[in-house]
Ligand binder design. Structure first.
Ligand code: NAG
Ligand code: NAG
Ligand code: NAG
Ligand code: NAG
Ligand code: NAG
Ligand code: NAG
Length: 662
């Protein structure tokens, strides 16, 4: 906050002084601090502070660095790199990690390299983020998922969709805050600016120590003075003379209040608790703003005489519990408190329940379930209020599927929008997947042979499915096993992103049942995908899905069916073929022979080998030898991120030259 002049002296002279101060700072060109204005998403008065650091004339782009704190969702270089659009290997080497998939302890401050560049007025580094949860708003994505590395204002100014219209699966541009050194900074030997994300308990001296820089250079770089407050989840710039290395930090003095310790927004854990912390978050936001406003006023009218020497720590959170906004929070009420309008980031309803459709509406939508609208089996395409939907007609009790899907909101799991009960049938209404089921693309001649899934699409599908299963196994409450994963239950949207469907056989795993082990005598599933322990002994564990997932990868790799042949010629199971491919001599040749010829060699053989090996351990006969879905997901994240610099045309050249040299 700028020094305000006493009321009496609010003369032109004083204004001029303020302007002069501003001006001289402008000339220095260092960046102003956002000063908690990022909380106020709909206030345009501070756009210059909130939308990003201003471009200067010296550099239109540069190498820069960000800090990110590891958390249970982003706890390896691969995952953090994926979120922040950075190279996992670089993150691992800068931060001295043992590998890019190694688990990083929660709350470790990591240095992440990014290329910062000017986009019109502001410096930024663009990343794309796909919305995963109903609760996510611009504010939550910027503050919680990206830990304040972006702001709701910057995001809203660069994405077309309004805050109220966000929906799961939508891709948003997230401009991360970064900056390049000014000429003054360059003159004083500064090479890089690191965007540091402030957290509870930080002070200027603490941050200066972390990076071994002089406190004053940090103050200057952010146009701050000793006696100003800095706030958690805002960014400040740290000027560096050398490339940063691993941050050795002892956690800053313990955070005084437990209240704001809440999981990040994207944490898909129990939705009940996430509701509560959103309220808490808003309370804090409101409280903060109130306090900022109050302290601003006090500051203006009773001018200071504060000692300059003492560093002011980050706003202590204990103040909030005393603030009116906080204590006024409802405990369990489901409706959003109307009184909390500050930083109201347009929270969409957390308890959105399913629509109950009228049968007539569904008849209308599907042209009376006409043959023409039939997708396959008992699934019809319909158009409900202009949106495409898939309507599935089912007999009997489908409450378990409804109960499961209504709780789930994940971009890689088909969304159930509502249902209808009519004459003993249940009609389930799902989101429509434009590109149909994966098996049609892989095995059927329904789709023209020239349209095959590309290598990148196949890897992406594997990643998406792993993401969905990992979510089901780990983040739903209780955890679920799909139990019927197969390529006909994996649907593709318009962008060929996968959505797992058909939860008719899914069942929950109760934690207290000896490590999730359950037994059944009623073995149902699809031949070719069912794990041996399930067929033989009816053992149900999450490893069933891992096995089926292995078979799905093999189908994606080879284009072959999970089970082929018939009774007379003998049934060939795809999962039993992979060991032959990967063992013995000439593995490269055998693998090339195994991989779908319609890919026409446009794939990196080394990655194909990694994926085949992953598939092989997924279909291991011994369920304990199979990896968990979260291990699979991490491995695939790594493969997907390494694909980003892969160009299929290289591979063709490569394979041609290899071929001719032999
Ligand atoms: C923001 O900065 C731009 C360029 O520096 C300037 O033209 C504009 O007037 C500023 N807006 C506000 C509200 O200060
Ligand atoms: C990096 O890690 C290795 C072993 O894990 C250790 O020997 C080395 O001292 C570490 N370097 C730094 C700069 O922390
Ligand atoms: C940043 O740009 C440099 C060259 O301009 C490039 O070598 C580097 O890979 C880029 N880094 C990222 C993370 O894109
Ligand atoms: C980042 O996105 C903005 C669109 O808002 C665009 O103008 C800019 O060119 C992008 N920057 C880079 C480096 O792609
Ligand atoms: C949000 O969606 C509604 C209805 O689909 C539309 O009328 C409105 O213009 C949208 N608003 C924004 C900001 O996109
Ligand atoms: C911002 O995110 C952090 C977690 O990263 C959370 O603790 C805090 O409450 C959030 N702030 C608001 C105002 O919701």
């Amino acid at each position: 906050m700028w020094r305000c002049c006493p009321r009496m002296l609010m003369s032109k002279l004083c204004m001029l002084l303020v302007l002069l101060v501003l001006q001289s700072r402008e000339i220095q060109g260092q960046q102003p601090y956002v000063n908690n204005h990022q909380l106020d998403c709909y206030n345009e008065a501070y756009d210059n502070l909130t939308r990003g650091f201003n471009c200067n004339v010296v550099h239109s782009s540069c190498q820069s660095y960000l800090t990110f704190r590891s958390n249970p969702l982003y706890n390896s270089a691969v995952q953090i790199g994926y979120l922040l659009g950075a190279k996992a290997t670089q993150i691992a080497s800068i931060n001295n990690l043992t590998s890019d998939v190694a688990t990083i302890p929660t709350d470790t401050v990591l240095v992440v390299p990014v290329n910062c560049s000017c986009s019109s007025l502001y410096y930024q580094y663009n990343v794309t983020y796909r919305l995963k949860e109903k609760l996510e708003t611009y504010f939550i994505v910027a503050n919680n998922t990206f830990q304040g590395l972006s702001t709701c204002q910057a995001m809203m100014s660069q994405n077309k969709v309004g805050d109220k219209n966000l929906s799961v699966g939508l891709d948003l541009l997230v401009p991360l805050r970064c900056a390049c050194p000014t000429s003054n900074q360059i003159a004083s030997g500064i090479k890089y600016l690191l965007t540091y994300m402030v957290t509870w308990g930080d002070s200027f001296s603490y941050i200066a120590d972390l990076f071994g820089v002089d406190q004053q250079t940090i103050l200057d770089a952010n146009q701050l003075s000793q006696d100003q407050n800095i706030y958690p989840f805002t960014t400040i710039l740290v000027p560096l003379n050398t490339t940063p290395t691993k941050i050795e930090h002892s956690p800053p003095s313990p955070p005084p209040a437990p209240a704001p310790q809440t999981p990040p927004a994207s944490s898909p854990d129990e939705s009940n608790s996430s509701k509560k912390w959103v309220y808490v978050g808003v309370g804090i936001g409101a409280g903060l703003l109130l306090l900022v406003a109050l302290s601003g006023l006090l500051f203006c009218f009773h001018r200071r005489s504060k000692t300059k020497s003492k560093p002011v720590p980050v706003f202590p959170p204990k103040n909030f519990s005393e603030s009116a906004a906080y204590s006024a929070l409802p405990d369990n009420s489901k409706s959003f408190p109307s009184s909390v309008s500050v930083s109201s980031q347009g929270f969409r309803d957390a308890v959105e329940s399913l629509t109950v459709y009228k049968f007539q509406d569904l008849q209308l939508a599907t042209e009376n379930f006409s043959e023409h609208n039939k997708i396959q089996g008992s699934v019809y395409r319909g158009s409900i209020k202009g949106d495409d939907a898939a309507v599935k007609v089912m007999k009997g009790d489908v409450s378990s599927e409804i109960n499961l899907l209504k709780k789930i909101n994940h971009s890689n799991i088909i969304r159930l929008s509502g249902f209808c009960l009519h004459e003993g049938n249940t009609y389930l209404v799902y989101e429509y997947a434009d590109n149909g089921a994966v098996n049609d693309w892989l095995h059927s001649n329904k789709i023209q042979t020239s349209d095959t899934l590309s290598w990148k699409q196949r890897v992406q599908i594997a990643y998406d499915v792993a993401n969905a299963l990992n979510y089901l196994h780990r983040y739903t409450n209780p955890p679920y096993i799909h139990k019927n994963l197969k390529t006909s239950n994996i649907l593709l949207d318009a962008n060929f992103r996968a959505k797992v469907a058909n939860f008719g056989l899914a069942r929950s795993v109760d934690g207290h049942d000896q490590g999730g082990l359950q037994l059944t005598r009623h073995v149902v599933g699809t031949y070719g995908y069912m794990a041996p322990e399930y067929i033989e002994n009816g053992v149900i564990t999450p490893k069933l899905d891992v096995f089926a997932f292995g078979v799905v990868i093999l189908e994606l790799l080879s284009g072959r069916e999970a089970a082929s042949g018939d009774q007379s010629s003998g049934v060939e199971l795809l999962y039993s073929s992979i060991n032959r491919v990967l063992e013995g001599d000439n593995v490269r040749e055998k693998l090339r022979g195994f991989i779908d010829p319609s890919l026409k060699n446009a794939y990196p053989l080394d990655l194909a080998f990694s994926i085949a090996q992953l598939a092989k351990i997924c279909v291991a006969r011994d369920l304990n030898a199979r990896p968990s879905m979260s291990d699979v997901f991490i491995t695939l994240s790594k493969i997907v991120s390494s694909l980003s610099d892969w160009d299929p045309s290289d591979e063709l050249d490569n394979s041609r030259s290899l071929g001719s040299s032999r």
